[in-house]
Design a protein around this ligand. Sequence first.
Ligand code: ADP
Length: 382
Amino acid sequence: MEKLEKIQAAFKEIIDPSTDHSLAEGQRIINIEVKRSDTPPHQEQIFIHYQRDGLDIGMKRELEGIIVERLGRDLDPDTFFLLSHSEHQQPPAGTPSKGEDHSDHQHDDHQAPEMNAPARVDSIKRIIVIASGKGGVGKSSFAVNLAISLNQLGKKSALLDADIYGPSLPMLLGKRDVKPIANKDGKVIPILSHGIKFISFGHFVGEDEPVIWRGPMLGGVLKQFLFDVDWGELDYLLIDMPPGTGDMPLSLSQIVEVDGSIIISTPQDVALLDSRKGLNMFSQVNIPVLGMVENMSSFICDGCDKEHMLFGSGGVQKAATDLSAKYLGGIPFEKELGLSSDRGEPYMSNPAYSERPVWNAYKNIAREIDQLVEVGAAASHN
Ligand code: ADP
């Protein structure tokens, strides 16, 4: 059976929780499009657009979960598919975007609607993604400590943990057993820890559950995380991405305007890291690469407090130069950073560490990023 037929067959069996009819019978599915990506290897991509009118937040999650689970089973595992939605009765707060049509029109079933243009979340000034070529390089610790450093600069920052393979923000922020709840408007209230609001895939999947969520689930859940969470006014939302070059940047770039990406690497991984692929991936989906950070760039010895360059110096800086990316700085390895992460008390939230090399590195990198973003914003207004 062709992909399209498999999807249509699945929709005959999936029941719309608001009507008890199948998705094939109702008006919920607006469009199914199979396209080839513009960039090599010209992968086949499936875009399913549906409308969410009349579904409450629980129904949305339930329906999207069922669609994703079912299509994940019926289509072959490499198939990229993205579930996008529109909503007329209750537009998600903060979604009005440049050029988006907000009239309360009905879609003509015979006419394929345009895919939603990436939106801006009104209350969030900048969205920055934190990415790495592989896991374990300190991407999540970086996201957490950068958010705190930006907060210390007076820039209100929050975190969205989109790392489906190892959502670690609940642990790093000491909120493993806390579940987010909804407010009276049905919006999810983010968890607050050390002055940082955050939300994580980890809150919605059990730690031992196998990861079956792929492109489409990411699209649906990311959208909810961006638009159905009560973020309040923010200068920065940092998104902790899954490691590697998966579907996430593409899904994300179709949902929301992302202002920049930061790539984290360790000196010993930079040779292995397919940095060029990573950087290309972001530029292909119009997410500017703000720069690269070297984590565990040197070792601060416990006893002597001296800095040792265990893997030589300048590895990531050189890679950044080769790739025409900006080098944003290096963060030394310090045992206390790992220990404080394990305790759920981020390093940068503890003034006892102030003026230590790791502390100063974070301060400098946060300042550098904030300036870069300001310059970028000023340039785009000219
Ligand atoms: P990733 O998100 O890339 O998988 P994590 O942020 O979870 O990586 O970090 C992996 C481990 O390395 C964690 O135990 C973390 O505390 C530790 N770690 C990260 N950066 C440093 C550092 N600069 N010094 C010491 N330990 C670090």
